[in-house]
Ligand binder design. Structure first.
Ligand code: AMP
Ligand code: ZN
Length: 470
């Protein structure tokens, strides 16, 4: 097998990767801030991490993955205060939606989903360690800050120009720009709005709550140890989140916090980063309402390398829906056929080599998908020519299963079809309503929308029937 290589943001280069202990990869992935259902931009990052996890499995390593759920931070407190509810009342239902959406997209379950509020003692201990060695100090606003000029490596991950570092100046909010690289809050003194929504804990520095960056360091080290193999997230986390995580963790332990830092690029809509504050988000619920399957979204996301920006569009999702339909048809044929030929076995061998090579080369999923389509083409030709070799067929099935175990792009006859069916039912109800109010133009529009998705409809005295024609 080719060497497994990953781009490491720390060194700005693609490097050979293997777990430190040779067998198990410890992987920390920054999870969602649970004040709103995660959007497809967040899920692009989680899908990149799912690809990473599955590619590591493909290489025969086991994976222990942590994905935290940030259930206390500035944004959550603000939202809870607006609604006059507790942070738990706000975050509990969002955590449930997250898991339902994750399962829909077939993102494998991580081993741990720690909630920040369950790790407050570990966070306090970390701040105590930093205070004891002089890298943390309590300021006159009652909060505890990290002194960035006391940590030599500060700014290494995000290539911060050291002239920009303003020691002594302090930034209290969780998220801030690079121009504001200042001492950041580890532990924030309680404000009345924190008390009101239950975001407060006792600490040696008085009542307060953790800063966002501290949460990840404490949870990662408590569960995975002081040096982890891979830490991943979206590119927007490089600064300040990951820079600050490194500072707090390494200043406390004197050991490297993560050996590899891996970052996925943004999902865009109309050229702008998909973000809640921009207001251009779509969610898994929207996707389901449009009848787009998990397989299609996975195909869409994996068709672009994770370190390139990707624009969400209806046309691209349509193309992916069509692509996975071909994959699904082929998968059916593979189950139906009774034997293969030497050409089939050869095509399978090629697929295995090319897909493993591509996925081992900094997770080149677009190339792996290309190899999969080449295989489907060659295998269909081999089947058309008929054969009698049952071991060739077994080989083809086995390789197809192995590659799909990483990409997971075969439409599911159960879930995916039922998503489509409920979308069609909704369209038919809209069409019936339009006809009832004699709005035939609207009814025709619905029929066109259905045709575009390959659905033919037929009216009969007992109601409207539909079928998939392509
Ligand atoms: P958040 O819930 O904002 O903490 O984000 C959760 C994850 O989604 C982080 O890894 C972010 O970097 C990532 N993320 C946020 N917006 C996008 C986007 N538009 N495209 C890709 N990843 C994103
Ligand atoms: Zn984090």
């Amino acid at each position: 097998m080719p060497e497994f290589r990953l781009y490491n943001s720390l060194t700005r280069s693609v490097e050979p990767f293997a777990p430190a202990d040779g067998a198990k990869v410890t992987l920390y992935t920054c999870g969602p801030t649970v004040y709103n259902p995660a959007h497809l931009g967040n899920f692009r990052t989680f899908l990149f991490e799912d690809l990473l996890r599955r590619a590591l499995h493909m290489r025969g390593w086991s994976v222990e993955q942590v994905m935290n759920l940030t259930d206390v931070d500035d944004k959550i407190i603000k939202r809870a205060a607006e609604r006059s509810i507790s942070i738990t009342e706000l975050t509990d239902p969002v955590c449930e939606t997250f898991h339902a959406d994750r399962e829909f997209l077939r993102i494998q379950r991580a081993e741990h989903y720690p909630r920040a509020t369950a790790f407050i003692p570990e966070m306090i201990d970390l701040v105590k360690r930093l205070e004891a060695n002089g890298t943390a100090y309590k300021a006159d606003d009652g909060s505890v800050y990290f002194a960035i000029d006391k940590f030599e490596g500060y700014g290494r991950l995000s290539r911060l120009d050291t002239r920009e570092i303003r020691a002594g100046a302090r930034v209290a909010q969780d998220d801030y720009a690079k121009e504001n690289a200042q001492d950041f809050a580890l532990w924030k003194a309680a404000k009345p709005e924190d008390e009101a929504c239950g975001a407060v804990w006792d600490s040696p520095w008085g009542r307060g709550r953790p800063g966002w960056h501290l949460e990840c360091s404490a949870m990662a080290m408590a569960i995975l140890g002081e040096t982890i193999d891979i830490h991943a997230g979206g590119v927007d986390l490089v600064f300040p989140h990951h820079e600050d995580e490194i500072a707090q963790s390494e200043a406390a332990t004197g050991k490297p916090f993560a050996r590899f830092w891996c970052h996925g690029e943004f999902l865009l809509t109309d050229g702008a980063k998909m973000a809640k504050r921009v207001g251009n988000v779509s969610t898994v619920a929207d996707l389901r309402a449009e009848g787009v399957s998990a397989a299609a979204l996975r195909h869409f996301v994996f068709s672009t390398h994770y370190r390139k920006q990707l624009n969400l569009s209806g046309a691209a999702l349509e193309a992916s829906t069509e692509a996975v339909r071909r994959i699904g048809d082929f998968s059916d044929r593979l189950s139906r056929e009774k034997a293969g030929s030497a050409q089939l076995a050869e095509a399978a061998d090629t697929l295995l080599i090319e897909a493993t090579t591509a996925l081992s080369d900094d997770l080149n999923a677009p190339r792996a998908l290309g190899a999969l389509f080449d295989f489907i083409h060659a295998a269909n030709r081999a089947f058309d020519a008929t054969g009698t070799d049952t071991s060739a067929l077994a080989r083809a099935r086995n390789v197809f299963r192995q590659v799909n175990a990483v990409l997971d792009v075969v439409p599911d006859r159960g879930t995916d079809d039922s998503v489509l069916a409920s979308w069609v039912d909704q369209q038919l109800a809209d069409r019936a309503a339009a006809r009832a109010r004699r709005d035939f133009a609207a009814a025709d529009q619905v029929r066109k929308a259905l045709e575009e998705k390959g659905i033919a409809i037929e009216d009969s005295p007992t109601g409207t029937r539909w079928k998939k024609v392509r």
